[in-house]
Every structure is written in C-alpha cells, then in structure tokens.
Design a protein around this ligand. Structure first.
Ligand SMILES: NC(=O)c1ccc[n+]([C@@H]2O[C@H](COP(=O)([O-])OP(=O)(O)OC[C@H]3O[C@@H](n4cnc5c(N)ncnc54)[C@H](OP(=O)(O)O)[C@@H]3O)[C@@H](O)[C@H]2O)c1
Length: 293
C-alpha cells in the first residue's frame, strides 16, 4: 500500500522504536531485519525516544533511539533504501512542546545527524505546540520538504481541527496522522480522526496498538472477544488486536512496539487477517459496553 497520497510503498504493519534505545547495535540490527522480513518496512522513531531510559546522562537519553538506528544504518548502508524511515520532533522535555520554526529546523538537522542519513522519508510533528501559529509550523515543514530533508510530512496526536489548521498553511499534503488507537483505546474512531484521514487521503499510523502491552497481559470483555477472534483464525490475542486496527474504512497501519523477535514475526501475520464486520463490531461493542442499535 502507499503512504497517504504519496508514491512511497509501505507494509501493512510498521515497527516502532520507542523501546529501542537500550539495545546494542547487533541486537538493534537483528530487530530491524526481523521486522523487514515480516513485511514491516516503515520504521517509526522519534528524537525523544530513549528519554528517561538513561536518567544518569545529562541528556537523559534524548536522541538515543535515533542514535542506535543510525549506527545500524551506518554499519549496513543497504538497509537505508529498504526502510521507510519515519521520525518525529517537537517534544522538548522542558517546554514541553516546541514547533517553532527555529526549533524544528534544528531538530530535523539533529535527527538526520543521529540517524546518519541525508533525508528521512517521513517527518512528523510529535505533539501539537499550542503556543506556535500553524502558519509557522507549516513554514518549517514546507522548507523541510523543499530542501529534501524529508520526502513526506505527517502529524501525531493532533486534533482534527489542529490538522485542518496546519493543512491550510502547507504546500504539501499531510500523508499520515498518528493517534493512539487499539482495541482498548478507541477514541480515534469517535473523535473524527479516522474520518479526517479518509477526507485528506492520509494513512493512519496507530500507536500502541496493543495498548502498551495491556491487551496481551490483562483480561476483560474486549480481551475475551479478541480471544474468540484469535481462536477462529488460529492466531494470538495480540495478532487479533492488530488485525482489529485494520478493520476500518481508513487505511490504518498499526505500529507495533514489541522488541521480541518472535513477537515481531508473529505480528506480521496480522497483515493476512481481514476481520469480518461482525468481528470488528464485537470488539467495538465490548469496548463501549453496549450493543449497537
Ligand atoms: N506518537 C506518539 O505519541 C507515540 C506514543 C507511543 C508510541 N508510539 C509509537 O508506537 C510504537 C508502539 O508503541 P508501544 O510500544 O506502546 O506498542 P504496543 O505494541 O501497544 O506495546 C508494546 C509493549 O507490549 C509488550 N507486549 C507485546 N506483546 C506482548 C505479549 N504477548 N506479552 C507480554 N507483553 C507483550 C511489549 O513487550 P516485549 O517487547 O517484551 O514484547 C512492549 O512492552 C512505538 O514504538 C512508537 O513508534 C508513538
């Protein structure tokens, strides 16, 4: 499938690097290759990933996940062309969000330096900065595309009105939106996020599709429905949860977070599982605690 309205081809499941910073380079390399083998070419990271993993460092680990991925790419340059490299900027641990032109232009340069590459495929604003005009955010994003520092742009954790306001000032389309979305966190279905993605032809990158590990490790009505679906298809509960995120009108790619090679491979099976509408509604009804009229 294509990422938004671009010509960039991506797999139906993506691999996330939030929990990636602590690996040595050999392990990091193995995880990226395992993800690629499982059909996940979109690799999602962010400059902030690693923060708080290394509290004894003066930077507290800011940039560490990008740094590790950069080391993998430097050691195996052929990997760069095989992956669709997505990163994010705009979280500054103190302020806490900064999407000023000056900050973002420095942030992408710093990300490129850590990732040891001339360009990323997708640059995303990590969280909306309520204090910076969208026209200024757009100026930075437009310039990133025009200068070739990123091929494509996206947003994360924006509301629909915030996405509209930003898009109004952009010379390039938003190709991806990244909300939290899982069987146990369905707000994106209700707040217009998925509908807006369809409106503008963007791909939804669903973060924490296993609700950060809660789906496989806890029990409840939603998990029971997922178990029944898992039983039907001969897959795990987690894989059923990933398949659920793909059951909608919008194009949704779940970004998996597991750092376990076996689970990465197993997650790839979710690309082959297309739930029927009744199964999708069963999960929604279990989440809402009501039968839909
Ligand atoms: N834009 C944003 O604001 C934002 C925020 C958060 C995340 N993200 C993106 O979304 C990606 C995924 O987030 P996430 O890591 O929260 O994803 P997730 O897939 O919801 O959760 C992953 C966690 O679940 C655990 N897990 C998975 N299967 C398990 C099982 N069968 N039994 C026990 N534990 C299991 C994993 O542990 P193991 O490693 O041990 O399997 C890992 O700790 C991130 O890497 C990042 O790219 C974006």
């Amino acid at each position: 499938m294509k990422l938004g309205q671009s010509d960039v081809s991506v797999g139906m499941i993506a691999f996330g690097c939030w929990r990636f910073a602590g690996h040595d380079v050999a392990t990091a390399d193995r995880l990226i290759r395992t993800a690629l083998d499982a059909g996940m070419n979109l690799i999602d990271t962010a400059d902030i990933y690693g923060f708080d993993e290394f509290p004894d460092r003066t930077d507290k680990g800011f940039g560490q996940a990008e740094q590790r991925l950069g080391e993998v790419l430097a050691a195996a340059p052929s990997l760069r062309k095989q992956i669709v490299l997505a990163t994010k900027g705009g979280i500054d641990a103190v302020r806490p969000y900064d999407s000023s032109y000056r900050y973002l232009m420095r942030a992408i340069d710093a990300s490129l330096g850590r990732l040891k590459t001339d360009y990323v495929d997708l640059y995303q604003i990590h969280r909306p900065d309520l204090t910076t005009p969208m026209s200024e955010v757009a100026r930075a994003l437009n310039e990133m595309v025009d200068s070739g520092k990123t091929r494509l742009i996206g947003v994360s954790n924006f509301t629909v009105p915030q996405m509209r306001a930003l898009q109004a000032h952009l010379a390039h389309p938003i190709v991806s939106v990244q909300p939290e979305f899982s069987a146990l966190q369905q707000s994106a279905l209700e707040d217009g996020h998925l509908d807006f993605a369809e409106e503008i032809g963007a791909t939804v990158l669903a973060w924490s599709p296993l609700t950060g590990g809660k789906i496989p490790t806890t029990d409840g009505p939603v998990q029971s429905v997922l178990d029944a679906i898992a039983n039907t298809y001969g897959i795990s509960r987690g894989t059923a949860a990933l398949a659920f995120t793909r059951g909608f009108g919008a194009d949704v790619i779940p970004i998996i977070g597991t750092q376990n090679p076996k689970r990465i491979t197993e997650s790839g099976y979710a690309a082959q599982v297309n739930l029927i509408a009744r199964e999708v509604y069963d999960v929604i009804e279990a989440y809402r605690g009501v039968s839909m009229p």
